[in-house]
Design a protein around this ligand. Structure first.
Ligand code: BDR
Ligand code: CA
Length: 309
């Protein structure tokens, strides 16, 4: 399966990239960075740090949009630290950033590859993806599926009471993606808050004894602090790796084909994912909205793949 990972690393983004690069079922055509958890310069740097940690310097990394379509950037250093990848001490990347803009790479790749053969995996705000769809509407029909981490329903928000961070940062971009007609799978907080790195799971990463295993343990140690202090949670939620795990084994997840729309007008509920979970409207389903996962199966898969490094 060919994929493009669009990302704002982020410790959980980093684990998602490591999971994808360790999985032979997946061919990562490129990694596109977007501004989100930290500014673009840092997300583009962190994506390359992660590729080097994985020993995969041939994977091309592109920088994309530095700010949301219509709003100033909101970042999340309070969660991810100043660098976005606080926790492990990892060397600055030596591999180059590609010259092309991420949006052009996405468009050119979709036009060059067979129709329906490339899956897009957004792990941050949807700015790059919306820009590509606006600039080249013909690509919508060529995307196999967009599998994204974002939104919330029962779990409501983590950046405001109503909204999840990725959707909140660029709600206009999310609105474009929801209305694109591309098949969508959405991994919301409802699922990712069940993918918690408990002490035992963190110990299992560290026990791998490899640079990757130790770095993942240190990343999730750092990331855990915020959720414990803020929500009393028992472990760091591994939001973004659920996207890659769904590609590898969708049977670990359950969800519903429903209508999902994005609130773009209200200041109070900006970026809310209005998910018609109970199908109380006539609005046509536009997404597979995931509601639950088999956490043991998820961590079993993740740890087994990380052990391959
Ligand atoms: C999402 O926001 C970021 O902080 C994480 O990387 C994840 O993509 C969770 O709301
Ligand atoms: Ca992310």
């Amino acid at each position: 399966m060919k994929i493009i990972i669009d990302t704002d690393p982020g410790q959980d983004d980093a684990v998602a990239i490591l999971l994808a690069l360790a999985s032979p079922e997946i061919e990562v055509l490129g990694i596109t960075a977007v501004a989100g958890n930290v500014p673009l310069e840092l997300t583009a740097k962190n994506a390359r740090i992660v590729c080097e940690l994985a020993g995969r310097t041939e994977v091309p990394v592109f920088a994309g949009c530095a700010a949301p379509l219509m709003r100033p950037l909101v970042t999340a250093e309070h969660v991810h630290g100043r660098t976005g990848l606080d926790g492990p001490v990892l060397p600055d990347p030596q591999m180059p950033l590609q010259d092309a803009h991420a949006v052009d790479f996405i468009i050119d790749t979709l036009r060059a590859e067979g129709p329906g053969s490339v899956t897009i995996c957004p792990l941050g705000p949807l700015t790059n993806i919306a820009m590509a769809l606006k600039k080249a509407p013909d690509i919508a029909d060529r995307i196999a599926r967009i599998v994204l981490m974002g939104g919330a329903y029962f779990e409501v928000g983590n950046i405001t009471p109503a909204a999840e961070f990725n959707i909140y940062v660029d709600p206009e971009a999310a609105d474009i993606v929801m209305k694109s007609g591309v098949p969508l799978t959405i991994l919301p907080l409802d699922v990712t808050h069940k993918a918690l790195v408990t002490k035992e799971r963190n110990d299992a990463f560290r026990a791998l004894g490899t640079p990757v295993g130790i770095a993942v343990a240190e990343m999730t140690d750092f990331f855990e602090r915020f959720d414990r202090e803020k929500y009393g949670s028992h472990g760091a939620p591994l939001h973004d790796p659920t996207v890659i795990a769904w590609l590898l084994n969708p049977d670990l997840f359950t969800g519903r084909e429903i209508n999902v729309e994005i609130e773009t007008r209200s200041d109070l509920t900006r970026g809310m994912t209005v998910a018609d979970w109970w199908r109380v409207t006539e609005r046509a389903p536009n997404a597979l909205f995931i509601g639950d996962l088999d956490a043991e199966g998820f961590f079993g898969l993740l740890t087994e793949r990380l052990a391959r490094y």
